[in-house]
Design a protein around this ligand. Structure first.
Ligand code: FAD
Length: 550
């Protein structure tokens, strides 16, 4: 087992000490995709960087998205041409730099009677979409007849389908993407710590000069000195702006979106689809292994930012939508095996409803020079990071007569992504499989690992081989060991929710695996009986919450 990575939970104490022992060029608050992207951008340009996250990495919105790397076809309707062009082009960059966690996916777009999309407008819209995103001409959209659309997806209701289109999108696992960005930032020298909450800012002559906070694991306070501070706290951006006394002018407008998960056999769609709903909204239906997930909703939100939940109304809306478009499936709430609810940190615009608000990002600079960034999308995180770091690096360069590189994150291969291309993954999988045979480890087990850890899967396989036990439980334990040693896993919620996504996509298997791993992690991290009880209670809460709708 490697114990070297500064993301090692075994090294946590020394990382916490290091936070308080130097003055960083940049402190980033928030370990979602925005903060992770900023840490990577800044560290790779030569700034010394600390990133602190109050819970686990990606525990906010960045593990609750639709998990698509997409240009946002919908935004074309709102004439957000610049946004569509920028995020559309980001898709190919992310796919190239992290092919294990960002992969292409054909999306079916049925055109329905009295829907918001007509055949001509769809054909023009998708062509513009492909053109703006720089999609190779050979991969541009295909328009389909009614017959071809229903052949592609026989579950669609044939009385209203008038035709359709197939176009190119990308799928991801949002929390895994965040983790690979964090790991890459650490390779460039950033110090990234989860469970480290900023409580207050430190000022020097009215200018923000760091932050005080608490390590939620040891319950010890820390104090970080930094020349520049970026607030990338997603839905909590305004909470921190308020602490800085700078919550004036533009503010956030939070909207909630939920997803539900059902067993694949209950909604056996042949590929991902983007469906036009009666109320003028659009909903994704995405098959993934043994489940299909459906989302999302978009409603104004004013409840607890820490605990957004899926309500019965949210779930019923999605079930009704699916049953309307795929009449033979007849889903009920009993079919829902998991769910998630997240908050979009959008910028408020007077008089606009949730779905009309722009998804563009904005930077606010306060009188104390706190840089706050909000809005945007998972897909556009690299360019958001570039914009925020440009500001911090420019100021630092002029204040200290230093030179920093320009942003080059488009050239940086993300953790585990060093495959020549998507096709090289199959060859790598074959090699990994050969190493584990004979055993009951399956091709699916290997591919699941590769889609999580990319080339780092090799470390997990090497570790399990060393134990001379090629059983599935031994493989699971090797995966947990890897996540503790290299991905800052501090409890089994981190492991089952954000590192593996199993609570969402394989909840049934989780109960048994949790029972097997709970004593193992307690022994590895030397937990007291009290810590064991606390982690058990936290996990059970999350385990029940995904199927409990108020
Ligand atoms: P977050 O991920 O919320 O990260 C902020 C972090 O800051 C949190 O982890 C929080 O714990 C931490 N934090 C807060 N306060 C403190 C503090 N005091 N100290 C330390 N840390 C703190 N985008 C796409 O591109 N594709 C999609 O398919 C897509 N689907 C979506 C579906 C839904 C339902 C939603 C809600 C959003 C979707 N988005 C999608 C948008 C995307 O998910 C968000 O734009 C993005 O995840 C926001 O990331 P963030 O890092 O800004 O915020």
């Amino acid at each position: 087992m490697t114990k070297e990575s500064s993301l090692s939970t075994y090294k946590r104490e020394s990382s916490v000490k290091q936070l308080s022992s130097q003055t960083f060029d940049l402190l980033v608050i928030g370990g979602g995709i925005t903060g992770a992207g900023i840490a990577l951008d800044a560290a790779s340009r030569g700034l010394s960087v600390a990133l602190v996250e109050k819970n686990d990495f990606a525990s906010g919105t960045s593990s609750k998205s639709t998990k698509l790397i997409h240009g946002g076809l919908r935004y074309l309707k709102q004439f957000e041409i610049g946004l569509v062009k920028e995020v559309g082009r980001e898709r190919a960059i992310l796919h190239k730099n992290a092919p294990h966690v960002v992969f292409s996916e054909n999306m079916l777009l049925p055109i329905v009677e009295n829907g918001s999309l007509g055949r001509t407008s769809t054909a023009i819209g998708l062509s513009v979409y492909d053109w703006l995103a720089g999609v190779r001409f050979s991969e541009w959209k295909d328009m389909l007849t009614k017959y071809a659309t229903l052949k592609k997806e026989p579950l669609l209701r044939n009385d209203i389908v008038r035709g359709g289109a197939i176009y190119k999108e990308y799928r991801t696992d949002d929390a895994r993407l965040v983790m690979e960005v964090v790991k890459t930032a650490v390779q460039f020298g950033a110090l990234c710590l989860n469970y480290a909450e900023v409580k207050d800012f430190i000022y020097s002559e009215g200018i923000v000069a760091g932050a005080d906070g608490m390590d939620k694991i040891s319950k010890k306070d820390f104090s970080i000195r930094a020349k520049k501070v970026i607030n990338a706290a997603g839905p909590w951006v305004d909470t921190l702006r308020a602490k800085d006394q700078s919550l004036k002018g533009k503010t956030l407008h939070l909207t909630k979106g939920i997803h539900i998960v059902v067993p694949y056999e209950k909604l056996p769609v042949r590929q991902s689809a983007y469906i036009d709903v009666k109320d003028g909204r659009m909903i994704f239906v995405i098959p993934r292994g043994e489940i299909t997930y459906v989302g999302t909703t978009d409603t104004n939100y004013s409840g607890s930012i820490d605990h957004p939940v899926a309500t019965k109304d949210d779930v019923n809306y999605l079930l009704a939508t699916v049953n309307w478009m795929f009449p033979s499936v007849k889903l009920t709430v009993k079919d829902v095996t998991s769910s998630w609810a997240g908050l979009r940190p959008l910028i408020h615009e007077e008089g606009k409803g949730p779905s009309e608000l722009s998804r563009k990002d904005e930077v606010f600079i306060s009188p104390s020079k706190l840089i706050s960034i909000a809005g945007g999308k998972l897909t556009g995180f690299r360019k958001m990071a570039e914009r925020a770091v440009d500001i911090a690096a420019y100021e630092l360069a002029s204040e200290e007569s230093r030179d920093f590189k320009r942003c080059f994150t488009d050239k940086i291969i993300l953790g585990g992504g060093d495959f020549k291309d998507e096709y090289a993954i199959a060859g790598f999988a074959e090699k990994m499989e050969t190493l584990t045979q004979p055993s009951d480890i399956t091709t699916k087990d290997i591919f699941d690992l590769i889609h999580r850890y990319g080339t780092n899967t090799e470390k997990i396989i090497a570790a399990v081989k060393e134990t001379n036990d090629l059983s599935k439980p031994a493989l699971l334990l090797a995966e947990l060991n890897y996540c503790i040693a290299e991905e800052a896993v501090a409890n089994l919620s981190d492991f089952f929710i954000r590192r593996t996504g199993k609570l969402y996509f394989e909840r049934e298997a989780v109960a048994q695996e949790y029972a097997f791993l709970k004593e193992k992690i307690a022994a590895l991290l030397h937990w007291s009986e009290e810590q064991k009880k606390f982690c058990d209670a936290e996990f059970m809460n999350e385990y029940e919450a995904v199927v409990t709708f108020a």
